[in-house]
Design a protein around this ligand. Structure first.
Ligand SMILES: NC(=O)c1ccc[n+]([C@@H]2O[C@H](COP(=O)([O-])OP(=O)(O)OC[C@H]3O[C@@H](n4cnc5c(N)ncnc54)[C@H](O)[C@@H]3O)[C@@H](O)[C@H]2O)c1
Length: 252
């Protein structure tokens, strides 16, 4: 899983799994654009990468803004002359009973979790076509990234993640002829700031663990290993796949 001479963009990389993806990619030799809504926090991750001998730049980008997304891709090209890998990771979650869900709640979820993936993928693909190849990894979720993952209070989130899988398969089919592979990763319950509610509430944690045969939440690094594999040439015959990393959740 060597990423030497590869240039990668990771969205939502100031913390959580985006951060560990950025560290893993840099550790495998990639030049990494660490991107998120806070320039300062992205710079913190860049410093961590540089400390361990890696190469990275921080680029502030709200994935819902086409202008900022285009600038992020341009920043990679300006710095290193190309773009090989995009990890669409930036996402939000928000628990709301379905009948109380507002149009604004719904639109915000779709704006970040789906439109953001579209904007980033389109800008990246335009570069990848120029250089005749690339790899995209979209982060979905067991919560409706697959059949069997529906969860109360997450109608909008689950719909967005189901959309990510459909988006992934369609891009994979459409772009295979251009040597661009597109895969998705569906994490289960992973210890990040996003899942703090489950980690900090003993009842909720018990309910969560009851679904997981391995009886623990996953570490962000355990997802990064899979994202790195799919992004790398080691996965050269994989496209259109959604791979689950969930401690056995969906197998039950
Ligand atoms: N933690 C879990 O249990 C879990 C499970 C399944 C899937 N996921 C998915 O994994 C991905 C990473 O989540 P995480 O758990 O690391 O959560 P996190 O909240 O720690 O990280 C998400 C990152 O996305 C960024 N982000 C949000 N809106 C953005 C925007 N408009 N533009 C740019 N960046 C934005 C946030 O600033 C944050 O840094 C998400 O797509 C999430 O849906 C998480």
């Amino acid at each position: 899983m060597d990423l030497k001479n590869k240039v990668a963009i990771i969205t939502g990389a100031r913390r959580g799994m985006g951060r560990t993806h950025a560290l893993a990619f840099a550790g495998a030799g990639a030049k990494v654009v660490v991107s998120d809504i806070s320039q300062e926090e992205c710079e913190g991750v860049v410093k961590e990468i540089e400390k361990s001998g890696g190469e990275a730049i921080a680029v502030k980008c709200d994935v819902t803004s086409k202008e900022e997304v285009d600038k992020m891709v341009q920043a990679a090209v300006d710095k290193w002359g190309k773009l090989d890998i995009l990890v669409n990771n930036a996402g939000i979650v928000d628990f709301k009973p379905f009948v109380e869900m507002t149009e604004k709640d719904w639109d915000k979820m779709m704006e970040v979790n789906l439109k953001g993936y579209f904007l980033c993928a389109q800008a990246a693909v335009k570069e990848m076509i120029k250089q005749k190849g690339g790899s995209i990894v979209n982060i979905a979720s067991v919560e409706m990234g697959q059949v069997g993952g529906g969860m109360p209070g997450l109608a909008h989130y689950c719909a967005s993640k189901g959309g990510v899988v459909a988006f992934t398969e369609t891009l994979a089919v459409e772009l295979a002829g251009q040597n661009i592979r597109v895969n998705a990763v569906s994490p289960g319950a992973i210890e990040t700031p996003m899942s703090e509610a489950a980690q900090d509430n003993p009842d909720l944690l018990k309910q969560t663990l009851a679904k997981i045969p391995m009886n623990r939440m996953g570490k962000p690094e355990e997802v990064s290993n899979l994202v790195l594999f799919l992004a790398s040439d080691a996965a050269s015959y994989m496209t259109g796949s959604t791979v689950v990393v969930d401690g056995g959740w969906l197998a039950t």
